[in-house]
Design a protein around this ligand. Structure first.
Ligand code: GDP
Length: 484
């Protein structure tokens, strides 16, 4: 993008058509208003109702923020352990930092949607690096859990915690004994832990069943730990369906809109993103993103993965074939294509770059290949490592065509932020190239990898991918669920 069109675009759509709130200090988070200069504008309808609900959420968030009197009152309740829950004016859901960065981004978006649906305030456990990665998304009040938050033991919640929703149901602990407003009639716990991680039990999964979920409504504090994009199962809860339909008349845009609303790289990460983009990607006629994630114990590179990348990209004409018979192909209107390849291993980009250096592209195009980092191993708790990962997901979202890897939340984040339906490289079995090597995704939504397969009404196992037309099984994981 060049000169005046850049500044015009910024003027016109700085708030992404009303998705973002005004009133932030722009310099404290440049990416919030500058991303529009790098990314294609969203072509997906943003409902007026979603904008209205976001503005309302921002008001509630401010009213109940950690610096408010109302917050102090609920903290007193939390310290007391149990209380008359209906009296709480502010209710919270605390997101616990857990798992890889892509997973964290997806669970945060899911938790925020749950907060919107239940009129709760989302507070975020800052973990080791959340403040280095993301700007504050809500105006006038922080989303971070204060450092002096009393319940330090919440970080050790797990599947065995007696305070988990699943274990309370299993052990028949009364979750809401506050059905009448008479204070003398018993009390309810001031908090419940929601264990929604991949290893959750059948009792934990009852969170997604309306009748079982009901008693949670009045509990002032919920603590939620997940490594899954659980939004598709929220669409199967009858009580939320009307509201969800109004928020997202086009169902397959949930992460796209919420992701663009919530996740803004800090200035440090934005520096990494913009310098890289300007140095390597800005000049190309077209940018092709290739995200390689190999779920193997060895780091690779693997020949079958390279073959799969070639099979997919050439079969679908995302990249040109090379000519092995000619040394030079002259063409007047040649296009320049920049490949942005992300991977823990450096091998794939080297091999693709070498191929296009040793042979000309058969259609005369000029192909360049760039890989921002080669970290070799996942290092979830290391700060600069996660900054690089975040910068790369964001850079991938600036591309025109995207190829992602099956099962990878890293790729889901890039496709959702970019508004891109990716070509998904299917997961190889026995180190051989799968057939077909890739599939065009049905939608840009992430896949929920561990959904309940249960009919809440009939109380029997059931295929939740067959219940409503807009919740389907994923192309990359047959038992997963995604919005289409
Ligand atoms: P997933 O495991 O693919 O679903 O994605 P996650 O983001 O949850 O976890 C993988 C983590 O490994 C990332 O957060 C990074 O820390 C690291 N990682 C994986 N692939 C890449 C990559 O291409 N580039 C960088 N910089 N890090 C990566």
């Amino acid at each position: 993008m060049v000169g005046s069109s850049k500044s015009q675009k910024a003027k016109v759509d700085k708030l992404l058509g009303g998705l973002l709130a005004s009133g932030f200090d722009e310099h404290s988070c440049l990416s919030r208003y500058q991303s529009v200069l790098y990314r294609k504008s969203s072509s997906y309808l943003l409902s007026a109702y979603l904008m209205q609900r976001l503005r309302k959420y921002e008001e509630i968030h401010q009213k109940c923020s950690p610096s408010s009197e109302l917050y102090n009152q609920t903290i007193d309740q939390l310290k007391a352990g149990a209380g008359k829950t209906s009296s709480a004016k502010c209710k919270y859901v605390v997101w616990i930092s857990y798992s890889g960065l892509g997973n964290r981004i997806l669970t945060l978006a899911s938790t925020f949607l749950y907060a919107l649906l239940t009129n709760r305030v989302l507070l975020v456990d800052r973990g080791v690096d959340m403040t280095d990665l993301f700007c504050e998304p809500f105006p006038r009040a922080s989303w971070l859990l204060p450092l002096d938050f009393p319940l330090s033991r919440f970080t050790s919640f797990d599947i065995h915690s007696p305070n988990s929703f699943g274990n309370m149901l299993k052990n028949k602990v009364v979750i809401n004994n506050n059905l009448s407003d008479d204070a003398s009639h018993g009390s309810s716990p001031s908090f419940v832990y929601l264990h929604l991680a991949h290893d959750y039990s059948d009792h934990d999964k009852l969170f997604f069943c309306e009748d079982d979920h009901g008693p949670l409504e009045k509990i002032p504090w919920l603590f939620l730990r997940s490594d899954n994009y659980f939004v598709p199962s929220l669409f199967l809860i009858p009580g939320y369906q009307e509201e969800l339909h109004q928020l997202f008349p086009k169902t397959d845009t949930v992460f796209h809109h919420l992701g663009r609303y919530l996740f803004h790289p800090t200035n440090k990460v934005w520096g990494l993103i913009t310098r890289y983009y300007q140095a390597y990607l800005a000049q190309a006629d077209e940018r092709v993103g290739i995200q390689i994630r190999v779920f193997e114990t060895k780091s690779g590179p693997f020949q079958h993965v390279l073959d799969q990348i070639f099979n997919c990209t050439m079969q679908h004409k995302l990249l040109p074939q090379v000519s092995k018979t000619e040394n030079i192909i002259t063409k007047l209107d040649k296009k320049t294509k920049a490949i942005l390849l992300t991977s823990l291993s450096s091998g794939y980009s080297e091999m693709i770059r070498n191929m296009y250096l040793e042979h000309p592209a058969a259609n005369g195009d000029v192909i360049s290949v760039f890989q921002p980092s080669q970290e070799e191993h996942q290092q979830t708790e290391k700060q600069t490592h996660n900054m690089k990962a975040w910068a790369e997901m964001y850079l991938l979202s600036f591309t025109d065509v995207l190829v992602t890897s099956a099962w990878s939340t890293f790729g889901y984040v890039a496709q959702g932020l970019g508004g891109l339906k990716p070509w998904v490289l299917m997961k190889p079995e026995n180190r051989t190239v799968p057939h077909p090597p890739c599939k065009l995704a049905m939608s840009m939504e992430p896949c929920f990898h561990a959904p309940p397969l249960y009919d809440c009404k009939a109380k029997v196992g059931a295929d939740t991918g067959e219940m409503v037309p807009h919740v389907r099984h994923c192309e990359d994981m047959s038992w997963g669920l995604k919005l289409v």
